[in-house]
Design a protein around this ligand. Structure first.
Ligand SMILES: [Zn+2]
Length: 336
């Protein structure tokens, strides 16, 4: 027995053999925000040996109220969440294998980024990305756990091969603005913690091969009134994804649309081509503002706004919610 996980190994549900299974397990966490950072911490501390941490964004001051692993120093350094989470987890347990990936998960990269893991966990804040995860996992018969929190409530759905999938529950993408978001409705930190723990618990059971996994039910947790409900979800034979095998979200073009970032006064413009040479860009832009060059991104602070240029080619333009304005800022700075 290793001292680190000795209390967990004592559990009849885990044991020494279970702990070995966790150490050999590979999990991808898509999105490292509120739920994703907590999923990463819970699974990392539990000894899940390999964690791929995928996130497109940087740590913001407004994240610290509910997100695990991040610090005020990460905000000041404008650290990408994936990199900051990996650094924090390796400080907790240096034996973990951590693979931070600073990018938008898309139809183009999902088969590769999710293709070599045992389990995919939803730590995102949006349905387009969840639908891509659901499509690739159902197609490849890989388990996937949907997890979402808004306001005081959250939901978890464990999707396993042969069981109902996310599209049996949410058949089509909700129209933009149709659902409340953390931005519009706010979010309670304790709801994030409880719902993330529920999802992480199902993840551990799946990795341990337990019969107690709650697949095929939507688990709804109200953190304010301390209520947990399970709603049975039948397999929908007409489900386009698990029923008919049409993986529409894998055929969608790669993150081709500009996105307003949840909870931020900023627009993300998608990558237009090959990876960017950040050092060359920094040289070109010297004098336009205060620049900070890191391994994942170049930060440009001008009098008007902050602009983030990511190595994968994405640009996040701050202080606007207008796509046309964001495009003109990018054109001015980057000449495209
Ligand atoms: Zn389905």
């Amino acid at each position: 027995m290793s001292e680190r996980h000795i209390r967990q190994e004592r559990l009849p549900q885990v044991g020494l053999e279970g702990q070995r299974r966790l150490a050999a397990a590979r999990v991808a966490i898509v999105g490292c925000g509120a739920t994703g950072s907590r999923l990463a911490e819970l699974l990392g501390r539990a000894g899940v040996g390999f964690l791929r941490l995928i996130d497109r964004d940087v740590v913001e001051l407004s994240n610290l109220q509910r997100q695990a692993l991040y610090t005020h120093a990460d905000v000041q350094a404008v650290e990408p969440k994936a990199a900051a989470a990996a650094r924090a987890l390796s400080a907790i347990d240096p034996d973990l294998t951590l693979d931070p990936v600073v990018t938008d998960l898309s139809a183009g990269n999902a088969p590769q980024l999710l293709g070599d893991v045992d389990l995919v966990l939803d730590g995102t804040d949006n349905f387009p990305t969840r639908m891509v995860c659901n499509d690739v996992c159902v197609r490849d018969r890989r388990p996937f756990i949907y997890c979402g929190v808004v306001g005081i409530e959250g939901q978890v759905l464990v999707v396993t091969p042969g069981g109902p999938c996310l599209r049996c529950y949410v058949p089509e993408l909700p129209a933009p603005g149709a659902l409340p978001t953390c931005d519009t409705a706010g979010v309670l930190g304790t709801a994030v913690a409880l719902v993330s723990a529920l999802s992480a618990g199902e993840a551990l059971k799946l990795l341990l091969g337990s019969d107690d996994v709650r697949a095929g039910e939507v688990l709804v947790l109200d953190a304010w009134h301390a209520e947990l409900r399970a709603i049975g979800l039948p397999v929908d034979p007409a489900c386009p994804c698990c029923g008919r095998g049409e993986y529409r979200f894998l055929g969608a073009p790669d993150a081709a649309v500009p996105t307003e970032l949840c909870g931020r006064d900023a627009i993300q413009l998608p990558a237009s081509g090959a990876p960017v040479d950040l050092a060359a860009a920094a040289e070109r832009l010297a004098g336009l503002g205060t620049l900070q060059l890191g391994p994942w991104l170049l930060r440009i602070d001008t009098d008007e706004r902050r602009v983030l240029l990511f190595k994968d080619g994405r640009v996040v333009v701050g202080n606007t919610r207008d796509v046309a304005e964001a495009r003109s800022v990018r054109a001015r700075l980057l000449g495209d």
